[in-house]
Write a protein that binds this ligand. Structure first.
Ligand SMILES: C[S@@+](CC[C@H](N)C(=O)[O-])C[C@H]1O[C@@H](n2cnc3c(N)ncnc32)[C@H](O)[C@@H]1O
Length: 342
């Protein structure tokens, strides 16, 4: 077993290891919902480990490796239940790709899930300010001076997406909201003080909107201390509004939510403060350590909802056998896996 560390409580189980390996120890059809943000192909590399999906030698190798993650998700998710993937399309760059353009990463994720029998269920677009993207990336297509010079290269900014897929089979436990939605999370409460079912209708209208313009971009978990000395970039934690909306729509209180790419713990934190139980897997020890610290905070969070499950009977996750420290180099690398593919 490729496990470096673990933290198991009644409400969450955190594993420091490779998600493909750790998921193999999760029983089939035991997860109610999964939400995560994977490495965006080969855009950022988080660690030196060959098991880091961000370490793929190219875009194709990323999807070979990611295929193993999707296969495990299809196995561990209950039939008819959903998985939500946060992503964006990826700019193609002259130096790296030989051309300037956009890679259809979201479309390739859809095809990867469809190959494993998932049904493409929903796409939310999460609005992002093109000026912030222009300042951060210096993308030619967003520069005002490029527009003045020759707008043939001018383009739209790149939004985030939340793609949701449904596992094959029939869902056996409804996710019902008899009182509708009662708590709005986001920037502009659309209910204007309304109550009851009217309020619920307006929250639902905001959540069902194909474009989410009301996500608080900076409402995220602490990630500053997760940095390793040699890290070039900070991790970018997923906004808690996105996680809360997904958990509330696609899981019941007390159910188990999995993230195979835990980072600093946002999805597990979001699940726990909304009365779900969370399982998170993270490869990089410094991010895992920050997730452990962040999850301690979850117990004291002001939005903490009552847990609708029996604490005495609620050992979540299995205690797994840790390896003796450091990355387990016997892990299968993406190349090895590609060779084993039929
Ligand atoms: C986009 S980040 C996720 C950030 C997370 N949503 C958060 O809010 O902190 C992707 C994460 O996947 C991790 N990762 C990459 N390959 C992995 C693997 N094989 N198993 C587990 N984690 C992996 C990276 O170290 C990184 O923390």
């Amino acid at each position: 077993m490729s496990l470096i560390n673990q933290e198991i409580t009644h409400t969450y189980a955190l594993y420091n290891g490779d998600c493909v390996k750790v998921m193999r120890d999760i029983p089939g059809a035991s997860i109610d919902f999964s939400v995560f943000s994977p490495p965006f192909a080969d855009l950022y590399c988080y660690s030196d480990s060959p098991n880091d999906l961000g370490n793929a030698k190219d875009y194709r190798e990323f999807f070979t490796h990611f295929g193993f993650v999707v296969a495990e998700l299809a196995r561990v998710l209950k039939p008819g239940r959903n998985v939500s993937v946060h992503c964006m399309d990826i700019p193609a760059m002259k130096e790296r790709d030989g051309y300037i353009g956009i890679k259809d990463f979201s479309g390739d994720l859809v095809r990867a899930f469809e190959r494993e029998g998932f049904i493409y269920h929903s796409r939310h677009i999460i609005w992002k300010d093109p000026l912030i993207e222009a300042t951060r990336t210096k993308a030619l297509g967003l520069m005002h001076k490029q527009l003045q010079k020759d707008s043939i290269m001018s383009r739209a900014g790149l939004p985030d997406y939340l793609l949701t897929f449904r596992n094959k089979g029939a869902n056996s436990v409804a996710i019902s909201h008899p009182d509708g939605l009662t708590r709005y999370c986001g920037k502009h409460d659309p209910t204007k003080g309304e109550t009851g079912i009217k309020r619920s209708h307006n929250i639902w209208r905001a959540y069902a909107s194909p474009v989410w313009t009301d996500i608080r971009q900076t409402h995220t978990l602490n990630h500053k201390n997760a940095r390793d000395g040699d890290d070039e970039k900070h991790i970018c934690p997923l906004q808690l509004d996105v996680i809360e909306r997904a958990c509330v729509l696609w899981s019941n209180p007390g159910e188990v939510v999995l993230t195979p790419f835990m980072g600093v713990g946002s999805e597990v934190f979001g699940a726990v403060i909304n009365g779900r139980r969370g399982i998170g897997i993270e490869l990089k020890p410094s991010y895992y350590a920050q997730a452990v610290r962040n999850l301690v905070e979850a117990a004291n969070h002001k939005n903490q909802t009552d847990f609708a499950f029996d604490h005495d009977n609620a050992a979540i996750g299995n205690q797994l056998q840790p390896s003796k420290g450091g990355f387990d180099e016997t892990l299968v690398t993406a190349n090895d896996q590609a060779e084993r593919q039929p």
